[in-house]
Design a protein around this ligand. Structure first.
Ligand SMILES: [Zn+2]
Length: 149
């Protein structure tokens, strides 16, 4: 068990069912591990402490090959170890999104994705950009600052 912070392990920040199924090596480098640690120290651990309930990571680090396989964007921060997709069992996705957006956490990008998970990143920029990802009527992925529909 390699703990990055009190409540987050390197394992949970790198494990991927898709990688296992496709026999993809999803081992991060030292630099990416350090980025994952900073994401946990600055965002995920303080979030977990303020919510008082487990924050579940469905996707953290992604090797370029894994990122392609799961349809991640070409410059996804997941590939740098700077982003995690999360949810919390006792909160809706919208409520979790608002909890982070309205906090003082130094996040870079916060995306409420399809009412299914929250993407949050930490980098040396930390723009505190909070947006929605959704499908338009044609099924294309769109991003916006307002919740659609
Ligand atoms: Zn993501």
């Amino acid at each position: 068990m390699n703990n990055l912070t009190a409540h987050f392990t390197l394992e949970e920040m790198t494990v991927s069912q898709t990688a296992a199924r496709s026999e993809i090596d999803n081992t991060p480098s030292k630099r990416e591990i350090e980025a994952l640690r900073l994401l946990c120290v600055n965002v995920l651990e303080p979030l977990r402490m303020s919510l008082g309930v487990p924050v579940i990571v469905s996707s953290g680090y992604r090797s370029p090959r894994l990122n392609r396989l799961v349809g991640g964007s070409a410059n996804s921060q997941h590939m740098k170890g700077e982003a995690a997709d999360i949810h919390v069992n006792s909160l809706s996705i919208q409520a979790l999104f608002e909890a982070i957006r309205d906090s003082n956490l130094p996040y870079d990008q916060l995306i409420q994705e399809f009412d299914s998970w929250v993407h949050v990143s930490f980098s040396n920029r930390n723009r505190r950009q909070a947006i929605y990802a959704y499908h338009d009527k044609r099924g294309n992925v769109r991003f916006g600052t307002e919740k659609p529909g």
